[in-house]
Design a protein around this ligand. Sequence first.
Ligand SMILES: [Fe+2]
Length: 370
Amino acid sequence: MIGSHTADCSFHLPEHDEHVPEDLPVSPRLFGICIVSSDSADSTMRHNIRMASNTTTPVITPLAHPEGSNLDFGATVTGVDIENLTDQDFAVLRTALFTHQVLVIKNQSHVTPRAQYELTQRFDPLAAPLYGHGNDSKSGSAAVASKSILHPDLKTIPHQPQVQVIGNGFVPAYEGLTNIQLRHPHHHTFHSTSIPASHDLTHTRFYRWHIDAALYGGVARAPPVVTTLLAVKVPKGRRQTCVYDDGTGDELDVPLGTTAFVSGYKMYDILSDTQKAFARSTRVEYAPHPYVWMSSAKSRSTGLGMVSEGKEMPLGELPEIEEDKIQILPMCWRNPVTGKLALQVHPSAVRRLHLGDGTVVEDLKEGHVA
Ligand SMILES: [Fe+2]
């Protein structure tokens, strides 16, 4: 399986007034997500879609969820060609993304890395033209990136360095990369416990719930407005059972290489009033070089944050820390189209919490809000 994944990051940190929570900024920093999904590699289909895109308007169809499900996000898009996107097409996509949070755009297997990057950039025109996690050898960020827990999972496309290739297996040639060995992340390398070997092929877990953001580097590497995934080749055949391992017994039937999404709006909506007030007024301080910092620690079996056993890398052992690059971000973000609040936290990278009254919480292990 190969997927190309772009997570360019640049935005202006929102002003956040913890004393007037209802005034949380209308922020473009909602973690809207757009999936660009290829269908079959049918050249006739590609040609037809290109022709059609000049004369049609994108059609947005909300995903049909099973009866009784409380899922309320996701939509498919047809009648659009990412390689030839008009301003009108983009306006429709933007509204759809902020309305449905995840878009699946069909029949886009012809899309180039450049067009994929340009789509991401179009949502955030002021963003620096960088790969958010850093791979720029001139600035030295490549050296830090090589120590990151993300490093083995990503291969940079040489002619479009904002776009990374992720997947599994050997690939002789792809977009200027040759003889690359892709390795899909596996919970064995990140979780504190593992699914027993006897179930390893049939069962899996959520690897790491995250937002696609560097969470260090100041304004230039602030979280992106959107992230895009282009499915180049998807695995066929056997499926797996994804176990939540959160004590509920919940399971999810998934194809190999699944990326799962969760609604930040739902996470906010189901909080108690006390928890909502806490979330609206609290800011999250992320660790410097968070993916290096967490590389010596282990995740909970749910993929939701790290086990609290003090294994995170001591700050003195991290690459050089520049204080002004440490990011302190709101817990909640307001959707610029709907006005709804979403909870947006990267649980594995949290170092401290800054409460509304100015208190700084250092011990996250004991933290609890009723
Ligand atoms: Fe990601």
